[in-house]
Write a new protein. Structure first.
Ligand code: GLV
Length: 309
């Protein structure tokens, strides 16, 4: 079995050595832009070049080194019937839950105010949080959204979830499809986006959507930058429709130096770190699936290319 590793890691041996340990009989190759075809059976990729699919014609499956496969689906000549497998959780969901909780607490527990008070030596106690005043709505209920929703519900926040198709989740009120968005949004003050980026979800967080949230609304975007209409976010902040936003993903990454988001007090910016790909867990998951696929067994996480996730 031949496996081709195609990700812009300057130290690919960090991946290829443990992959070889897990699959000793496999031959492992690192993508060489100028090299010949290796006739790989499997490719492990992150935002691969289009040349991959021109050169490698017998790929049985491609494993994406991330949960979101928009970067892969953007490749111009992606073969129509290619089996694409995305990362499922692999340690990312718990990190996301932690990140979202942190950003929620920044708002609900007034952490910025207390930091400011410390700077000026002020000891002042604000009234305790009423959880009923901080209902959270999670868009996207895959592995990540589900973990986020459960974590916050376990902390007694009132949590609802919205997904493309109906989902049941204990302790979480769920809504489905575009027609139930208008019920979901008014029940939400803190909107958390964990959706995959597809043609249906691009630009979904726009002025119209933000204006349906409860007063004092907070946005936490850990999905993709293209979900958010950036000018609409600024307008919603200017008009007081939105109280604050925590953004981990952006249309252009790194966020350009001159971008207006940098100047806004109400926006917390992090550089796409809400959930890092954990190498050991990722390698274990992917090599396990390669082993199963090669043995003719069904594997989970196979992407429906038409659906987009
Ligand atoms: C990261 O953004 C991922 O899609 O896993």
């Amino acid at each position: 079995m031949k496996i081709l590793f195609v990700a812009g890691d300057p130290k690919p041996e960090r991946w290829t050595v443990p992959i070889k340990q897990q699959l000793p009989s496999a031959e492992i190759f690192v993508w060489d832009p100028d090299g010949p075809a290796v006739d790989a059976d499997y490719a492990i990729v992150w935002q691969p070049p289009a040349a991959l699919f021109e050169r490698e014609k017998h790929l049985k499956a491609v494993f994406n080194l991330g949960a979101g496969i928009d970067g892969l689906l953007n490749v111009a000549n992606l073969p129509e019937h290619l089996t694409v497998v995305r990362l499922e959780d692999a340690g990312m969901a718990v990190q996301m839950a932690e990140y979202v909780l942190h950003q929620l607490l920044e708002a609900s527990r007034e952490m910025e105010t207390y930091r400011e008070q410390q700077r000026t030596g002020v000891w002042k106690i604000h009234r305790p949080i009423k959880r009923s005043e901080w209902p959270v709505g999670v868009m996207g209920l895959g592995h990540i959204g589900t973990r986020v929703a459960r974590t916050l519900a376990d902390l007694d926040y009132q949590v609802s979830g919205w997904a493309r198709t109906p989902r049941r989740l204990e302790g979480v009120s769920t809504y489905a499809g575009p027609e139930q968005l208008c019920d979901f949004l008014p029940s939400t003050r803190v909107l958390v986006n964990t959706l995959p980026l597809t043609d249906e979800t691009r630009d979904i967080i726009n002025y119209e959507l933000l204006s349906q949230l409860q007063p004092g609304a907070v946005l936490i975007n850990v999905g993709r930058g293209e979900h958010l209409v950036e000018d609409d976010l600024l307008r919603a902040l200017d008009e007081g429709i939105l109280h604050r936003a925590s953004l981990d993903v952006f249309r252009k990454e790194p966020l350009p130096e001159a971008h207006p988001f940098w100047q806004r007090q109400e926006i917390t910016i992090t550089p796409h770190i809400s959930a890092r790909t954990l190498r050991d867990a990722t390698i274990e998951q992917i090599t396990g699936k390669i082993r199963d696929h090669a043995a003719g067994q069904a594997i989970s996480g196979v992407v429906d290319i038409n659906r987009g996730y």
